[in-house]
Design a protein around this ligand. Structure first.
Ligand code: ZN
Length: 279
């Protein structure tokens, strides 16, 4: 078993001891953490972490859409940073569109419009780098982002902690993009329904650490190790063996991030057969 946590903020102070974090993850069967950057400084920190633990940490570099201080100058610097370190980067992310509560409370509509223009620019830059995108596009913004990725067609897209409508979910799966789900699927009905509605071929798993979860995780520090529990719950919801969930989501993650995974084709095929026979 070699699970992949496709979204974690490894530059957070909570994760100051990277070797301990990686050991703890591996004990739970999680051998890769995709670290998501939120801007120039955060991305630099993630590149340093990737250099420290190159097999465990995959670097996604981005510009978070809810950062009020993000500018076009920073966007250009981030794109240059990704070009400079292209060989060590697996995706543009975290990029996306702001949540409506941010719009209501902190962002002006001009700033929100600017974030949308920035997403266009970042997805186009991802296409030029032949990199997939990891999207923060909560609720209805996922439909807007889906139009943008369909227009420019980056080599892949992960809709992280997806909360869009069933129609948007169906459309993004149809287009071959991926939905990543968090420990919230263990206790929140909306997220459980999302797992039911999403084919296993379109699913990947994430911790979104250091975000703190409720339910059985209340009071627990979030690490990549939680992804093992997410895999177990996907298996329960879909009524399929957990090893199929582990193998197929692992293969999906390697495929979208363009990482070699020699047994992927065989394993994914086996997984699909098992799903066919289970359904
Ligand atoms: Zn995030």
């Amino acid at each position: 078993m070699a699970l992949v946590d496709v979204h974690c903020h490894l530059d957070a102070p909570a994760y100051h001891d990277l070797p301990a974090f990686c050991r703890h993850s591996r004990q739970a069967g999680v051998t890769v953490t995709v670290a998501a950057g939120t801007g120039l400084q955060s991305n630099a920190r993630i590149l340093a972490l990737q250099a420290q633990e190159p097999t465990h940490v995959w670097a996604a570099l981005g510009l978070h859409p809810e950062r009020l201080d993000a500018t076009w100058a920073e966007l250009e610097a981030v794109v240059a940073q990704i070009h400079a370190h292209r060989q060590r980067v697996v995706a543009f992310g975290e990029i996306g569109l702001p949540h409506y509560t941010v719009l209501d409370q902190r962002m002006t509509s001009a700033q929100a419009q600017e974030r949308e223009a920035m997403l266009h620019a970042l997805v186009q830059a991802a296409v030029r780098c032949a990199l997939p995108v990891v999207l923060h596009t909560p609720h209805a913004t996922s439909a807007v982002a889906l139009d943008i990725v369909r227009r420019y067609e980056p080599p892949g897209a992960v809709f992280h902690w997806h909360k869009g409508s069933p129609e948007t979910t169906a459309a993004l799966c149809e287009a071959g993009y991926l939905v990543s789900v968090t420990p919230e699927i263990c206790y929140r009905e909306r997220d459980r329904q999302l797992v039911e509605a999403t084919p296993l071929a379109n699913l990947v798993l994430e911790s979104d650490g250091p975000w703190a979860y409720g339910g059985e995780f209340t009071g627990q520090a979030t690490t990549s190790a939680l992804v093992a529990r997410v895999a177990e719950e996907v298996a329960r919801i879909k009524g399929i063996p957990v090893d199929v969930v582990q193998h197929v989501t692992e293969a999906n993650a390697h495929r979208v991030f363009g990482q070699p995974y020699p047994s992927a084709a065989k394993v994914a095929h086996k997984g699909e057969n098992s799903i066919d026979s289970a359904s």
